[in-house]
Design a binder for this molecule. Structure first.
Ligand code: DC
Length: 230
């Protein structure tokens, strides 16, 4: 058992920089809990689509948010974390291009952010979480002991996302994926509430030309050093 106190680790950055793969591996190796906050925004988006919520009507949004319960459950066969929306496993549904196309406008709504940030803070209140997202180091856990900000070349990010989707049986063109990423970057970085930006004390890692193993190794090394000092 470690004599050190647990810390919170924030991993922010653009889509397709390997945030979730890195966060998952880091959490596994440290015995921490991994929380994919993007999945939470995707689950809300899926719910809004299913219920045909008009996102320009803030009363409708507020009412719908009251009916949403999101949970993560580890699938013991695949060892993969699955997102559950109101008790239903929606892990595959939230990764579709239809959800990806709508998630940024939904994530720009302050009511949505307020509800999800409260849940994220509760999940990390006892420390020992690795959380990936866009505003973890700036808004959710500004006091996180260890913060990373991942960036990568847009064509490389696109290629990674195309491959990931293909592995899930979804075939989308390079151009379509690239446009979705650029569009989401734009909305996520320019929204009024909690825009995507690097926290002043975050360590930036350009993942364009390093392997995922190197990337994980780098983050774990730094995190272990911080843990040793706590
Ligand atoms: O990481 P991802 O691609 O699954 O995230 C989906 C969207 O959710 C992303 O375009 C922006 C939004 N998001 C956010 O606004 N804040 C977070 N902490 C995580 C994701």
């Amino acid at each position: 058992m470690s004599l050190h106190h647990k810390i919170n680790i924030a991993i922010d950055g653009y889509s397709g920089c390997g945030k979730s793969t890195t966060a998952k591996a880091v959490a596994y190796q440290l015995g921490y809990t991994y929380i994919d906050t993007g999945a939470m925004y995707r689950a809300v988006t899926l719910y809004f689509q299913q219920k045909e919520v008009n996102i320009s009507n803030l009363d409708e949004v507020d009412n719908a948010l009251k009916d949403i319960e999101i949970r993560f459950i580890l699938n013991s066969d695949s060892q993969k974390l699955h997102t559950f929306l109101n008790g239903v496993d929606v892990e595959n549904q939230i990764r579709t291009p239809e959800v990806a196309a709508m998630v940024s406008p939904v994530a720009a709504l302050s009511a949505v952010r307020k509800a999800l940030v409260a849940q994220q803070r509760a999940m990390g209140k006892n420390k020992g979480v690795v959380m990936d997202g866009r505003d973890i180091g700036t808004v959710v856990f500004p006091d996180a002991e260890c913060k990373f900000f991942l960036v990568a070349d847009i064509d490389i990010r696109t290629g990674r996302r195309v491959k990931e989707l293909a592995l899930s049986g979804i075939s989308v063109s390079f151009e379509e994926v690239k446009n979705n990423l650029l569009n989401r970057d734009h909305i996520d970085s320019n929204r009024a509430d909690s825009p995507l930006r690097k926290a002043d004390d975050a360590i930036e890692i350009d993942t364009s030309y390093i392997s995922i193993e190197e990337q994980i190794h780098k983050v774990i090394d730094i995190a272990k050093n911080v843990i040793a000092q706590n």
